[in-house]
Design a protein around this ligand. Structure first.
Ligand code: S3P
Length: 159
């Protein structure tokens, strides 16, 4: 099991797919499973039920995915916000794909499908989470400049 964390736009899905192929295990994405379970897109869950309800669902989905078959698992950018969700990651190899705020905005800025991106305090969110991701992670890799293949290779070398 390898878990990928990082801010929106860090490339968790792209790098995760490469890692999964190399390791011969399935790729899983907590956001995709959340949408399947809720039967609605994330944007709609936020709009109808609010962030706390989304985080509850996210916590349950991550707990189930970590309990399931071996995989490379990409987590939504806010999955490390809650201490009880971070606790789930204690004994698992976690890679933090680090990108700057400017790079994140360049890649995904304004994406209406990502409700946390359109908040006024998104820069502060990035700064706060940087510390939390680093603390939750076993390894931190620079995901801002290298191609995804090189990032995947770095992770496999470091873990
Ligand atoms: C979120 C990031 C999203 C998704 C949801 C909330 C966040 O995932 O889980 O919109 O709080 O940063 P990505 O990081 O895959 O965009």
């Amino acid at each position: 099991m390898i878990v990928l964390v990082g801010f929106m736009g860090a490339g968790k899905t792209t790098v995760g797919r490469i890692l999964a192929r190399r390791l011969g295990v399935p790729f899983r994405d907590s956001d995709v499973v959340i949408e399947q379970r809720a039967g609605r897109p994330i944007r709609q869950i936020f709009a109808e039920e609010g962030e706390p309800a989304f985080r509850d669902l996210e916590h349950k989905v991550i707990a189930d995915l970590l309990d399931g078959t071996d995989s490379v698992l990409a987590l939504g950018g806010g999955a490390v916000q809650r201490a009880d969700t971070r606790d789930l990651l204690k004994d698992v190899p976690v890679a933090y794909l680090r990108i700057s705020y400017a790079e994140a905005m360049r890649r995904v800025g304004g994406d209406q499908g990502r409700p946390m991106l359109v908040r006024p305090d998104v820069a502060q969110l990035h700064a706060e989470r940087d510390l939390v991701y680093a603390e939750a992670a076993t390894v931190t890799v620079d995901a801002g400049t290298s191609p995804p293949e090189a990032i995947a290779r770095d992770i496999l070398t470091l873990l």
